[in-house]
Each structure stands twice: as structure tokens, then as C-alpha cells.
Design a protein around this ligand. Structure first.
Ligand SMILES: [Zn+2]
Length: 626
């Protein structure tokens, strides 16, 4: 995911280190799963299942661990109306008192199957849901139960889907047949099914993105809340085709049958991207393709999610390959799964031309600046801990509840990217320019295309491959960086590559990475909305020292009613002023006047060249294709 992401697994067969294609396990009878989405505009999905079963106790699971999110957040509270039948007889069920995701029943003697029905319910809160009046994003983990006792790779499903009249759909899941009212999908193992979401809607468009000469099919499927929003410019289309062509050169291999970019454009869904092996489920605002920043926004997100097909899907940390969706994930290696993907996604966005070199630099500058100095969370929690803790901290998200700079968020994305830039610089330097990070990528992510194959790795195996490229104390390097509690962000790799972080009054180009940072973040240490509500205050920063806290609302600045522009003017003027910036704030219904002692003027992060160092950063941005 991009500060978000999904999916799943199967490890039993991998102990010997050999890869295994996820496929239909043909010996087991399939579970029939019918999803009726004709009420999707009312945010209701109706589920009916027929599960082959033998008489006796049976436990059914609702998927709990959602892989791309790396957390136990299966939406169990959205399940309602659960009824189970066998031989026409209603079966009593009991939820496991120790695990709300497990249901126990007893299958009566003589029965050969159990029928299950329930509704999946949603209401679109402020965070957005997965359906709107005009479209649906269906993840199969929302709408099924599965029997305990077998690995997910050995449980077969035969899924079908009904959509509102006239809606079309896109998915990587192979279709068996289709009528006017129902889509029948090919039988699929449970792990593959949960890795194959479907998007559908009244306004739908598919565009072939397969680069010339490329054997594997690639396409983008779009659904939107309006017909107009589907208009993709030729530049964006060409850019995405370039991303695919560049990925072929970068990795030297593909590991999927075909690939679908599934893009939802809506202001009523949440916005994020989640990776899958043969697709990605990415959701952006409705009019993003019509905006001037379309290439930056779409390119950054889709290149990241696409890179996950190699990093996170084909190669996945061994402890993130459990046999089913109930077994906890161990997430310490997310600095590879997400950190290496952040590095690769941004590299592909730049090589494809969807980002300019300037935009790539700006993204790195914002990442580095958001890590430190001045972000005290890194002095008590190493980046490795941000990865290890994510199953428990994910639901809060970065900054939710405020004081994100002290809690520390999911820094394994940004810090991971900086560390992989450092690894690239070390390979370049140690090999005297004879080897590059690409040699590592081609070994780690290479090999024949066996379809959606999963090849787990451990820390030691990763170190072995790095040593195969260049002999170095790689374990020592990673261990020291990953456990560091230095107040400084790890910018050594950027600097060895000829660039350093600098703060100037010049505005940062608005891009994906800089979007969540408001212009007062690096000055008075305040993040706020246009309405003046403080979403966060940097712990220990000037606004914090003046008494500001998340949730307060700024009513006035220097005696005048608040607007973001008035505040920016005051910050800019602070350089010439000996007076503090005076703020009238509303805190829990009380007015308070606070004085912010800041005199630094405007400050935005940028990368600047180190004059006497060769530019190795941009050297790596050069496209491999014409
Ligand atoms: Zn990701």
C-alpha cells in the first residue's frame, strides 16, 4: 500500500526455499460463493455460500488479518444477519468467546454441506466507504467465511457476482462466463481470491497499457462517480505504459499472468492504494485525471503499487506468509516490503517521466524533512520498531490522535527509501561503479515467470544476495541504521549521491509526498486544515511551546480572523519582527490567547546539489527504455 496496501500468502510449501505458484488446488470440492451487489448503492452486499462439510463440529473464520494493511482489521462489525442451514434446518451458531472472527457450529448427521447467508453493511462515514451511488470496490475478504483446518491455498472457491443493471467491472480474477445479470468466475484458491479485488460501476473504462513488444497483457480499469472523470490524458496513458516498460528493464522479470491497475475515482471512498499480485486497488479523488497534477499524483501512487507485485507479492518476508488469514503477521521486515517499494515506485515514476527529476527531488526532500531533525519520536523508537508495531498501531494511522512526531508513525516507508538510496550508493562506491542496485534487483526479483508465484525471504537471505552483488558488512549496516535512535534522518546516501537537504523560503512543488505537510510544518511546527483546526503540533516545536495542541481551532492571528493566508503572512513576516505571533484559539469551548515565539520566516524543504560530488542520484533516474 501507499501508506496503505494489501494482501496474502501461503508458506507451507516454501520451507525448502523454492517458489510456488498460487493456483486452484484441484483435489478439494469448491465452496460456492454468490455475492449480490445489486444493493451496493445502499452500501449493502448480500452473501450466500454453500460449503461442503461432513457431520460434526465445524469452525468458520471471517478473515481477520488483511495483508496489504498488515493488521488484524477484517471488517467483522459490518457482518449482519448471519444464518446457517443444513438439510433445510436452521443451525445454531456460537461465536468463539476468545476470538470474535470465529463461529462454531455442529453439522448434523447425514449432511453433506452447510449453507451460509449474511449481509455486509456499510455506511459512508467521513473516512469514506467501499461503495457509492455509482461504483463498488469489492474485496472478497469482506464477503466470505471459510472453514478452519486447511491452508488457504488448499481451499477452493467458486465465486459469482451480481451487479446493478448496466454496471461494468474490472478484475485480475479470470472470468468463466457472464450473463446479463451475473458474472461467474473461475474456481480459485482462497489465497488467490482474497488477492483479486473487483471494481465495478456505471462509469467504467478499460485502457490497454501493454508496451509495444511486451508479451504480458497490462491494462488499467477505471471506475468513477462521473463519466467526465474517466478522461485520461494521452500523457498520463503514455506515462503508465512507460512505467510498465521501465519495470521490465529494472527487474528483468515479471511474475504474473497479466496485470490490472484498478483505479477508483471518487470523493466518497477513502483514498489509498493497496497492492495485489496481479492488480492493485487504488483510490483517488474523482477529478484527479482532470487536474494539472494528474501525472504526479497518479504516477506516484500507481508506480508504487505496481512495484509491489515484485516487492511484497513475489518476494515477501517469510513471517508475512502465514497459512491462513487468522494467523498473526510479523512485520519487522516492512523496511524492505514497503521501504524498498517506496524506493522502487519513486524511481519508476521518475524513469517513466510521470515525475520530473525536480518532483523526485522534492519528494525525497519532504520525506527526509518529515523524519528529522526536530521529530523527537525517532529518539525513543528506532525505525525497526515502527515496522514491528504496525499491526497494533495501524488503525490509529500516522498522526491520528495527534502528537505524531512524538509517537512516530509508519516511518519505514520514508526512512526505508532513504536507506535503500544509501544501499545503492554503497554498491556503487564499493564496486567502483562496476555494479549498481539494479544488479541486486535482478537477482532478488528475477527468475522465470511462473504466474503469481510467492518466494519468501528472511533477513539472512537478503544479506546473502547483497553480498553476492558486493562484499560488505551489510548486516552491520542495516542493523545499525534500523536500530538507530539518532535525532537526525539518515541522509548519508543522498549526500553520497550528490544531494543534501536544505530549507528555503521557496515553496515546495505540491506533490504526493508533500501533500500532507502544510506550509507551517517546518516553521512554527503546526499542521492544520483550511478551517483552522489543528490536526497536529510538532512535539517540542514553537507552537507546542506556546501551548497549542491537536484539536484546537485557530480563530485569529495577530488580531485578525484566521485564514491560512493570514497565518502564512504572519510566519513570513516573523523574520523582521521581534514580536511573537499572537494567536486566539478555541480550546474545548474556551478562548485562549497564545504567543508563538518564532522568527525564522518561511521554510520549506528542498534538495540542493553538493557541488564537488558527482550526481549519482539523477544517474539512476535515467530511463532504460527510449
Ligand atoms: Zn506499499
Amino acid at each position: 500500500m501507499r501508506k496503505f496496501a494489501i494482501y496474502l500468502l501461503a508458506s507451507f510449501f516454501l520451507a525448502a526455499g523454492s517458489g510456488r505458484a498460487l493456483a486452484f488446488a484441484d483435489s478439494n470440492p469448491a465452496i460456492h460463493l454468490s455475492v449480490d451487489a445489486t444493493l451496493a448503492p445502499q452500501k449493502i452486499l448480500r452473501v450466500h455460500m454453500v460449503i461442503p462439510a461432513a457431520p460434526g463440529p465445524l469452525s468458520l473464520y471471517y478473515p481477520k488479518w488483511i495483508q496489504g494493511v498488515h493488521a488484524p482489521i477484517g471488517p467483522i462489525s459490518n457482518l449482519a444477519g448471519l444464518k446457517l442451514f443444513s438439510n433445510g434446518q436452521l443451525l445454531p451458531w456460537k461465536r468463539d468467546p476468545r476470538d470474535a472472527f470465529t463461529f462454531h457450529i455442529v453439522v448434523p448427521s447425514g449432511a453433506k454441506q452447510v449453507e451460509v447467508s449474511f449481509d455486509y453493511l456499510e455506511s459512508n462515514g467521513p473516512a469514506g466507504g467501499t461503495a457509492t451511488a455509482k461504483l463498488l470496490d469489492l474485496n472478497w475478504y469482506q464477503v466470505l467465511l471459510y472453514p478452519a483446518g486447511s491452508p488457504a491455498a488448499q481451499i477452493n472457491f467458486k465465486p459469482s457476482l451480481r451487479l446493478p443493471s448496466g454496471w461494468k467491472f474490472g478484475t485480475a480474477l479470470p472470468v468463466e462466463s457472464q450473463s446479463a445479470t451475473e458474472i461467474m468466475f473461475q474456481a480459485t484458491a482462497l489465497d488467490r481470491l482474497l488477492d483479486s479485488p473487483v471494481i465495478a460501476g456505471e462509469y467504467y473504462r478499460a485502457i490497454d497499457l501493454t508496451p509495444p513488444g511486451e508479451a504480458v497483457h497490462h491494462e488499467i480499469d477505471l471506475v468513477a462517480d462521473s463519466e467526465a472523470a474517466l478522461a485520461m490524458s494521452p500523457e498520463v496513458q503514455k506515462g503508465l505504459t512507460n512505467v510498465i516498460a521501465e519495470s521490465g528493464k529494472l527487474f528483468g522479470a515479471r511474475h504474473y499472468r497479466s496485470y490490472h491497475f484498478l483505479l477508483t475515482l471518487s470523493d466518497h471512498t477513502a483514498h489509498f492504494g493497496v497492492e495485489h499480485h496481479e492488480s492493485n486497488d487504488s483510490r483517488l479523488p474523482e477529478r484527479v485525471l482532470l487536474s494539472p497534477g494528474a501525472a504526479n499524483e497518479v504516477g506516484g501512487l500507481l508506480a508504487h503499487e505496481f512495484a509491489h507485485s515484485w516487492s511484497g507479492k513475489f518476494r515477501r518476508p517469510k513471517e508475512m506468509c502465514p497459512p491462513d488469514f487468522q494467523t498473526p503477521l510479523q512485520t519487522e521486515l516492512l523496511w524492505v516490503y514497503e521501504g524498498n517499494t517506496s524506493y522502487l515506485g519513486d524511481l519508476l515514476a521518475a524513469r517513466s517521466g510521470m515525475w520530473t527529476a525536480d518532483e523526485y527531488h522534492q519528494s525525497l526532500a519532504s520525506s527526509a524533512a518529515s523524519l528529522g531533525p526536530g521529530r523527537p519520536g525517532r529518539t525513543w523508537r528506532p525505525v525497526l520498531d515502527t515496522a514491528a508495531a504496525v499491526p497494533a498501531t495501524f488503525t490509529g494511522g500516522p498522526g491520528v490522535g495527534g502528537w505524531g512526531s512524538w509517537r512516530r508513525g509508519m516511518d519505514y516507508y520514508e526512512e526505508g527509501e532513504l536507506l535503500w538510496i544509501e544501499a545503492a550508493a554503497i554498491i556503487h562506491e564499493q564496486s567502483h561503479g562496476q555494479k549498481s542496485i539494479e544488479d541486486f534487483l535482478r537477482i532478488f526479483y528475477g527468475g522465470p515467470n511462473n504466474g503469481a508465484e510467492l518466494k519468501p525471504y528472511t533477513f539472512d537471505e537478503l544479506m546473502q544476495i547483497l553480498n553476492q552483488v558486493v562484499k560488505y558488512d551489510w548486516a552491520g549496516f542495516w542493523n545499525s541504521r534500523l536500530t538507530s535512535t539518532s535525532p537526525e534522518a539518515p541522509t548519508a546516501g543522498m549526500e553520497a549521491s550528490g544531494w543534501k537537504l536544505s530549507f528555503t523560503a521557496e515553496p515546495t512543488i505540491p506533490g504526493r509526498a508533500s501533500r500532507r505537510i502544510s506550509s507551517t510544518t517546518f516553521t512554527i511546527g503546526l499542521e492544520l486544515g483550511r478551517d483552522g483546526v489543528v490536526s497536529d503540533a510538532i512535539y517540542g516545536g514553537p507552537a507546542f511551546r506556546a501551548g497549542l495542541a491537536p484539536g484546537m481551532k485557530i480563530a485569529a492571528v495577530n488580531g485578525r480572523v484566521f485564514t491560512p493566508e493570514i497565518l502564512n503572512d504572519a510566519v513570513e513576516a516573523s523574520k523582521e519582527n521581534s514580536r511573537a505571533i499572537e494567536m486566539l484559539v478555541i480550546a474545548d469551548d474556551y478562548y485562549k490567547t497564545l504567543a508563538i515565539d518564532y522568527h525564522g520566516g518561511a521554510r520549506n524543504p528542498h534538495l540542493v546539489r553538493i557541488a564537488d560530488k558527482p550526481d549519482y542520484l539523477d544517474e539512476l533516474l535515467k530511463p532504460a527504455t527510449k
